[in-house]
Design a protein around this ligand. Structure first.
Ligand SMILES: *[C@@H]1O[C@H](CO)[C@@H](O)[C@H](O)[C@H]1NC(C)=O
Ligand SMILES: *[C@@H]1O[C@H](CO)[C@@H](O)[C@H](O)[C@H]1NC(C)=O
Ligand SMILES: *[C@@H]1O[C@H](CO)[C@@H](O)[C@H](O)[C@H]1NC(C)=O
Ligand SMILES: *[C@@H]1O[C@H](CO)[C@@H](O)[C@H](O)[C@H]1NC(C)=O
Ligand SMILES: *[C@@H]1O[C@H](CO)[C@@H](O)[C@H](O)[C@H]1NC(C)=O
Length: 637
């Protein structure tokens, strides 16, 4: 749970320094930084009388067991399959214990801090105290300095800090301290932050080859033009939903990305008559709204695609929710969205990182002045997101905190889908890693995406109908305009559920690349988990039909299919399918996905990985066969 440049040392006594005060136990080093991140330099000692908003992130209870709790309710052979937890059960299972709160509070009071200055967050996730620098330096046996970045930004930090030995087991970390999460530069020389995820050109974005100039209505045209009938045929999705009142499906969009109602209606005229006059149910998060001020493929392509295909495939009977996150000024990150759908996440492990995530109210001109969304939005059963980062854009700590939240949503019975990326084994915009961890166009090391590498989401890659082939022949990995994101994480270990499938791939079809350009340990999370068509989508954008490519297509299409499986289960009184990975990798589900065995995912100057029979790091287990999957899923409790 710790960024790589920190070390946790538990037993260096600092008894001498503390001789002047009444202390319950000797101090020990808690966190220490081994180097200052590139671009930063120490400029001066911080003023003794300045106020520091000290935050003590308390240790979560039971967090190390989250994977096994999730397995217990989502593996088809488990007697507890489908027994999802309530949000309250999740919050209390992982909330720090009362003994952690009192250990920290008693120590602070014993050190001379007035009790009324100490605040405990409602979820007990952290303890907050406005301390002078002098007080903080005393409490933590440290010195605070002001560091300056070459861009002019300042950051308050220390090199190391200490806690009394009896307090240490209750504290994850203290902020501000050695952490430089502000460093997270996305690639050398360019500052990026997680909240830019909705900006045109940032992260995973669909591509277009331009306008469709011919009439498209026939199944015979699916090798050149994908329309809903192609997908229904490819994935055996003929289904009329029955439990629409109980069911829910949402797509997430990050402002300024926005859908146009006129485009939805244009699409409905040609391809989806029952959507005529319908619109998505929009839930605004942190001031999000479907802006119309900026238009063009880069602003409307993603949202138009997601809603036109997502809404069509679940039919006009099923309402689709649009979570529109972030205002026009600050935007939003995935953390801002997660805060909205889970109140316990807002403060989890010390809360969001505002060098990365947006902060509301937003006092910039034109900013959203309402309070930051925190647990105000009910999560839908299936949530599809076609945006993404490179894993290396984020620190391991940031990625792990967010990944644990996906596990919590899984415990609550929610299916989380993310596109796996559009640049094969390379990262967004074809950037690859260098040995020093930076990302550049000439990097050589494979660059996996996030959250696709989080073991608690379902990552969706892309396929294509081969040129001159029909929808009745097998698809290949997508090799038109985009390549399916896939590979192996550098942050997350291989989860139990995929061990057999990934081991089989690595031993039967071992990738022939040197170990220094991919994570060849055989112990890291492989992605994607599944795939769906991602080439040649006919999408109504800005008043005309355009041809669109990307795993951005694959995620909402898969989301619609899983939503229809939920419908069938809800209709007979069963639970939603929740976190699907332990189920879909299990032997009971073998053969229910269409295995993709041709094509690769090039990037970083290589041909990428090969597809192969069984799971592969290009198309995962393959594309869903709705008819087979729904039948099997109905046999589960
Ligand atoms: C610390 O000070 C800020 C700014 O005055 C205030 O908003 C915040 O509530 C204070 N926090 C605590 C724990 O007193
Ligand atoms: C949509 O329908 C109109 C009217 O029938 C037709 O002229 C147009 O070619 C169709 N567009 C596509 C992409 O098929
Ligand atoms: C990291 O390595 C790349 C390529 O070797 C180089 O161009 C870049 O300057 C290095 N950056 C830092 C911060 O060391
Ligand atoms: C598809 O068929 C057309 C017409 O027969 C031909 O010109 C083209 O080369 C074929 N493309 C592929 C990839 O086989
Ligand atoms: C490979 O992944 C594991 C986590 O699964 C990580 O511990 C290890 O550092 C990674 N190797 C490299 C070279 O990044």
């Amino acid at each position: 749970m710790r960024p790589f440049f920190f070390t946790l040392v538990a037993s260096i006594s600092y008894g001498l320094l503390t001789a002047a005060e009444p202390l319950l136990s000797p101090y020990s080093l808690h966190e220490k930084r081994t180097s200052i991140p590139a671009g930063w330099s120490r400029s001066r000692r911080h003023e003794a009388t300045s106020i520091l908003p000290l935050r003590f992130a308390l240790k979560q209870s039971n967090i190390e067991d989250i994977g096994s709790y999730l397995y217990d309710i989502s593996h088809p052979n488990s007697p507890n399959y489908g027994n999802h937890w309530s949000a309250g059960e999740v919050a209390s299972k992982f909330a720090p214990g009362d003994e952690s709160v009192s250990a920290v509070r008693d120590w602070l009071v014993g050190s001379g801090i007035e009790a009324e200055r100490i605040r405990v967050s409602p979820t007990k996730g952290w303890i907050q105290l406005n301390a002078t620098v002098e007080e903080a330096e005393q409490l933590l046996r440290t010195e605070y300095h002001v560091y300056s970045h070459q861009t002019g930004q300042d950051h308050i930090a220390c090199d190391a800090y200490h806690l009394p030995a009896h307090v240490q087991p209750h504290v994850d970390f203290v902020l501000p301290s050695v952490h430089f999460d502000a460093k997270l530069s996305r690639r050398s020389g360019v500052e990026g932050s997680a909240r830019e995820v909705g900006q045109p050109g940032y992260g995973i974005t669909p591509k277009t080859t331009g306008r469709v100039s011919t009439e498209v209505t026939e199944l015979e045209q699916c090798d050149e033009y994908i329309t809903p009938i192609c997908l229904r045929t490819l994935y055996s999705l003929e289904y009329v939903p029955l439990a629409t009142e109980k069911n829910s499906f949402a797509v997430v969009e990050y402002t300024p990305q926005a859908y146009l109602q006129s485009d939805l209606q244009l699409f409905a005229q040609n391809y989806s008559q029952d959507l005529i006059g319908k619109e998505p149910y929009m839930v605004s998060i942190d001031g999000g709204y479907a802006q119309t001020e900026y238009q063009g493929f880069d602003y409307n392509g993603e949202s138009d695609l997601d809603l036109q295909y997502g809404m069509t495939l679940v039919t006009g009977k099923q309402q689709v929710t649009l979570y529109q996150a972030g205002d026009m000024v600050e935007g939003a990150s995935f953390n801002n969205f997660l805060d909205a759908i889970d109140g316990s996440y807002c403060t989890f492990e010390g809360g969001d990182d505002y060098s990365q995530d947006s902060e509301y109210p937003d006092t910039e001109p034109g900013g959203y002045l309402g309070p930051q969304a925190c647990g105000t939005v009910t999560p839908a059963y299936v949530i599809s997101t076609s945006y993404g980062y490179d894993e290396a854009d984020l620190t391991p700590f940031y990625a792990e905190r967010q990944c644990a939240e996906y596990a919590k949503l899984g415990l609550m019975g929610i299916t989380i889908l993310y596109s796996s990326g559009d640049d094969g084994v390379a990262g967004n915009d074809d950037y690859c890693l260098n040995p020093n961890g930076t990302q550049t166009a000439d990097g050589k090391i494979f660059n996996p995406s996030f959250p696709g590498t989080c073991p608690y989401v379902t990552s969706v890659g892309a396929t294509q109908v081969n040129p001159n082939s029909t929808v009745f022949e097998p698809e290949s990995a997508c090799e038109q305009v985009i390549y399916s994101g896939g590979g192996f994480s550098n942050y997350f270990a291989m989860p139990e559920y995929q061990k057999e499938a990934v081991d089989y791939y690595l031993t039967t079809y071992p990738p022939q690349y040197p170990a220094d350009i991919w994570n060849s340990t055989g112990m890291s999370r492989g992605f994607p988990d599944i795939a769906a068509n991602g080439a040649n989508y006919v999408v109504a954008i800005d008043g005309e039909f355009e041809l669109v490519y990307g795993t951005s297509c694959s995620s909402p299409v898969s989301g619609a299919i899983f939503t229809m499986i939920n419908d069938a289960r809800l209709a007979v009184g069963k639970s939603p399918i929740g976190f699907i990975n332990p189920t879909i990798y299990s032997s009971e589900f073998a053969g229910l996905f269409n295995d993709i065995t041709t094509g690769t995912n090039p990037g970083c100057g290589t041909a990428g990985y090969n597809t192969a029979p069984g799971w592969d790091p290009v198309t995962g287990l393959g594309t869903p066969n709705f008819a087979k999957l729904v039948e099997k899923w109905l046999t589960l409790p």
